[in-house]
Design a protein around this ligand. Structure first.
Ligand code: GN1
Ligand code: MG
Length: 374
């Protein structure tokens, strides 16, 4: 998609030691384009992570990069204070020759260069329950480290990102506009969302009444946004910081369950394979409470099952909206891809509805044991 010369030209704006020799695309994520770039310093290879920022999604790269810079600098200090290794435990952006942390190429596309956390890997699905416990602990810890970050120093990189009611309204607007002519084929899916309209307001409503506190959250807690250390098997670095902004702890909790506790992939087409794994749910709850529990309120714990359901419903509505809009937001591999993703999310919502009481019981029991110590 990009030639070696094009990448080389982009990289020439960042000051890095050595000679650029190779570039490999990393096919993770539905939004940005990511590459591992290799430099040679003598015989030694040094790697960096080059990313083209999707400015259709992140419309203000100055604000986006100001957020990323502030959050990574803040975490860097915390990691050093806790005796950790800031080179591996957080991303940071390299300065460019324009005095910023990103450049615009000749087509007006935005690029940034991150450190590359070597000897690490990520999971797209869980191969043992313990992995998901560790994931919960890692995202809980990330949130805890940001607990005293001044949230007024963060821009809202995507306004109303987890405003589920707004996502519902966007879906209804897409249906009305029917830009792709696909809306008439998805009446059952639209009805599924419509039947849950009233629930889309609940979490936000609880912030307005003060029942749920606003915090600084990651907002995109997919399992594959955690890098695990190859040698120890432990989480080493949380990545994908573009949506770090004020939010609810439950957005992070719920979105992680949506992706990681599903027994099938996000775009599984055999819906009989889609379900919520209650054991994985429990592992994540326990991991999350182990690190973030003492900073969470009981109301947050009580809303855990609801947040898992609403984050799944919201994501399903977003995939459906994009399908009806003609696939303009998420990267797709084939024309029905967004619809398949929507079906998976909605099947998972339906399964969570059946298991709701069990999820509540698990969350409250874990809270008593881990946080209240009884
Ligand atoms: C997008 O880029 P990626 O894959 O980390 C999306 C998330 C969705 C997710 C669904 C900025 O995340 O909100 O939950 O796809 N990110 C953005 O897989 O919209
Ligand atoms: Mg992301």
């Amino acid at each position: 998609m990009f030639t070696f010369e094009e990448i080389s030209e982009i990289l020439s704006h960042f000051s890095t030691a050595g000679k650029f020799v190779a570039c490999v695309p990393i096919d993770e994520g539905h939004i940005n384009n990511t590459f591992r770039v290799e430099y040679k310093v003598g015989e030694k290879s040094i790697y960096h992570l080059l990313q083209q920022i999707n400015t259709d999604v992140f419309k203000n790269p100055d604000e986006l990069m100001a957020n990323v810079d502030r959050v990574t600098a803040f975490r860097r200090d915390k990691i050093i204070a806790e005796g950790g290794d800031p080179e591996r435990e957080t991303l940071y952006c390299k300065p460019a020759d324009n005095g910023k942390k990103y450049i615009l190429d000749k087509h007006g596309k935005a690029w940034r260069l991150y450190n590359f956390v070597g000897d690490s890997f990520s999971y797209n699905s869980i191969d043992s329950p313990e992995v998901f416990f560790k994931a919960g602990k890692a995202f809980g810890n990330f949130q805890k480290q940001l607990a005293d970050f001044p949230s007024d120093r963060l821009y809202e990189t995507i306004p109303d990102f987890h405003n589920t009611a707004k996502r519902y309204a966007n879906l209804m607007n897409a249906v009305k506009a029917n830009r792709s002519g696909r809306a008439q084929n998805v009446a059952a899916e639209i009805d599924f969302a419509r039947a849950r309209k009233d629930e889309t307001y609940i979490l936000l409503g609880k912030t307005l009444t003060g029942e749920l506190p606003m915090r600084v959250t990651h907002n995109d807690t997919k399992l594959n946004n955690i890098l695990f250390d190859r040698a120890t098997g432990e989480p080493v670095c949380i990545v994908d910081l573009d949506t770090v902004m004020p939010g609810l702890s439950l957005y992070d909790f719920g979105d992680a369950i949506r992706f990681g506790a599903n027994t099938a992939a996000e775009d599984e087409t055999d819906l009989s394979r889609v379900s919520l794994d209650l054991n994985l749910y429990e592992q994540y709850v326990r991991g999350f409470l182990t690190s973030a529990g003492d900073s969470l309120t009981k109301a947050e714990v009580e809303c855990m099952p609801l947040s898992a359901k609403l984050m799944t419903l919201e994501c399903g509505m977003r995939f459906l909206t994009d399908y009806i809009d003609g696939d303009i937001y998420f990267r797709v591999a084939y024309p029905r891809h967004n619809l398949d993703r929507c079906h998976t999310q909605f099947a998972l919502v339906a399964d969570m509805e059946k298991k709701f009481d069990a999820m509540s019981e698990i969350s409250l029991r874990a809270y008593k044991e881990i946080v209240c110590g009884s």
